[in-house]
Design a protein around this ligand. Structure first.
Ligand code: NAD
Ligand code: UDX
Length: 466
């Protein structure tokens, strides 16, 4: 048995590293078109930051784990080929802003069809709209020569920041397919370290749809608690207390009830929009509107955070300085895709403020690229005005530098190091009144208030003074 994986990203890299670690006798070859990414996978500076990943890669790389750009050769040699390429929201044409862009998946299927001979199992690891396997099968059916294929759906449920733990001990592994023999081959791989009762098998379409549904349900919980956070701020209830109170109901459960500045990441918004598009495609308009509201609520939460900052700071932040702590979409990752920080920063820049950003894992190049992408116009151009706004952003080497001379600090990512900063020192280096806007509810409000800060947190009203 030989495995190949097309796509060395946040999913392909860690997932294949774990398979290689657990199955020392199976050669695993991860390929990508992006040479720079492959070079990084082959170096000591991996392209993604993920706790525990270094150790797993170090154990298997050079033994049975290989990274290269030799896509054709890797496909030709493999018995099982995982497709783990990106499936972003379409930005053009039919379904723009909603449907998934399946261009990269289709290209993989065509390439597999072109270079394969013998029997191969093609595994959809990317998150795909339900019935994509139909298209993949049709493309593969046109393969020349003597090739034959089985197609499986094996969506990935890892979350960034906890990917290694999620892969080591998954709640479940899901495998959808038609051929029992092909399903069994993949079950046998996972069964090396995952208990059999955690490996679920279904038909292809249930597997594809379950992935979109899982992400939609998770995101819905975040939007639900965030909607309540707005009501808490208006009424004097405390959103963390409400979350605790409802989370102890075993039917509701405590997870994914942390109110925040809004969910980010490459998956939630993309997958819900994809679900909305699918519902609309099948004429299910009420179902589409229902799920659309989860994204609308999230956009509202991000906007609300920035506008609360402006309102609180005497309705003007122009020519003021804000220290932003965190840029990644959650802690323990360097991924910034759809991070709430980008949107909040954009809104503040449009108010003509200066922003000093610090994130322990995100590079200045990435921060600038994120802002340029968001502030470009429809034709993809960045106007000189918008460029001048981005010039008001300075990326600094630590949290103290971000806070120094800032009128306010805004916590965007829940990095642990932000909890234990020397806030007394920070306070003395800020103009007064010094504001803190905690977009993650990780700071000790009482302690900060005692130092002298005016603290604003999500879903918490401020005590009336005097
Ligand atoms: P990514 O952008 O990090 O990686 C995708 C990689 O595929 C890129 O490096 C790209 O260069 C490569 N690629 C694209 N077309 C290619 C081709 N034709 N040949 C070779 N390489 C090609 O994306 P990701 O975050 O790893 O996500 C991959 C898929 O997994 C998506 O469908 C996503 O929805 C899904 N997913 C992601 C996560 C997550 O946490 N990021 C979790 C579960 C599922
Ligand atoms: C998600 C799914 O959890 C995972 O199963 C799937 O495979 C990919 O998409 P990911 O996006 O990596 O994973 O991270 P996740 O932990 O789900 O967080 C997503 C966003 O929601 C982050 O911005 C996070 O900060 C936010 N969030 C999460 C909250 O604001 N509150 C919560 O209670 C949980």
């Amino acid at each position: 048995m030989k495995i190949c994986c097309i796509g060395a990203g946040y999913v392909g890299g860690p997932t294949m590293a774990m398979i290689a670690k657990q199955c020392a006798d199976i050669p695993v070859h991860v390929v990508d078109l992006n040479e720079q990414r492959i070079d990084a996978w082959n170096s000591d500076q991996l392209p993604i930051y993920e706790p525990g990943l270094d150790e797993v890669v170090r154990e298997a790389r050079g033994r049975n784990l290989t990274f290269s750009t030799q896509v054709d050769a890797a496909i030709a040699e493999a018995d099982m080929i995982f497709i783990s390429v990106n499936t972003p929201t379409k930005t053009f044409g039919i379904g723009a802003g909603r449907a998934a862009n399946l261009e990269f998946v289709e290209k993989c299927a065509r390439q597999i069809a072109r270079v394969s001979s013998g029997h191969k199992i093609v595994v959809e690891k990317s998150t795909l709209p339900v019935r994509t396997a139909e298209a993949v099968k049709r493309i593969l059916a046109n393969a020349s020569t003597n090739a034959s294929f089985d197609v499986l759906s094996n969506p990935e449920f890892l979350a960034e920041g906890t990917a290694i733990q999620d892969l080591l001990a998954p709640d479940r592994v899901l495998i959808g397919g038609e051929s029992q023999a092909a399903i069994q081959s993949l079950v046998d791989v996972y069964a090396r370290w995952v208990k059999k009762d955690r490996i679920l098998t279904t038909n292809l379409w249930s597997s594809e749809l379950s992935k979109l549904t899982a992400n939609a349900f998770l995101a819905q919980r975040v939007s639900s608690i965030n909607s309540i956070s707005a009501l808490c701020e208006a009424t004097g209830a405390d959103v963390d207390e409400v979350a605790r109170a409802i989370g102890t109901d075993s039917r509701i459960g405590p997870k994914f009830l942390k109110a925040s500045v809004g969910f980010g990441g490459s998956c939630f918004q993309k997958d819900i929009l994809n679900l909305v598009y699918l519902c609309e495609h099948f004429g299910l308009h009420e179902a589409a509107a229902y799920w659309d509201q989860v994204v609308i609520m999230n956009d509202y939460q991000k906007r609300r955070f920035a506008s609360n900052m402006v309102k609180t700071m005497f309705n003007t932040v122009s020519d003021k300085q804000i220290g932003m702590l965190g840029w990644a979409f959650k802690k323990d990752t360097n991924d910034t895709r759809e991070s709430a920080a980008i949107y909040v920063c954009r809104d503040l820049l449009l108010e003509r403020t200066r922003v000093h950003v610090y994130d322990p894992q995100v590079s200045e190049t990435q921060i600038r690229a994120d802002l340029e992408y968001l502030l470009r116009d429809e034709s993809g151009e960045l106007s000189s005005y918008k460029k001048s706004l981005i010039d008001n952003v300075k990326v600094v080497p630590d949290a103290y530098a971000a806070a120094k001379d800032s009128h306010a600090i805004a916590v965007m990512t829940e990095w642990d190091e932000f909890k234990n900063l020397d806030y007394s020192k920070i306070y003395t280096n800020m103009p007064q009144p010094a504001f803190v806007f905690d977009g993650r509810n990780i700071l000790d409000r009482e302690k900060l208030s005692n130092i002298g800060f005016e603290v604003h947190a999500i879903g918490k009203s401020r005590p009336t003074v005097g």
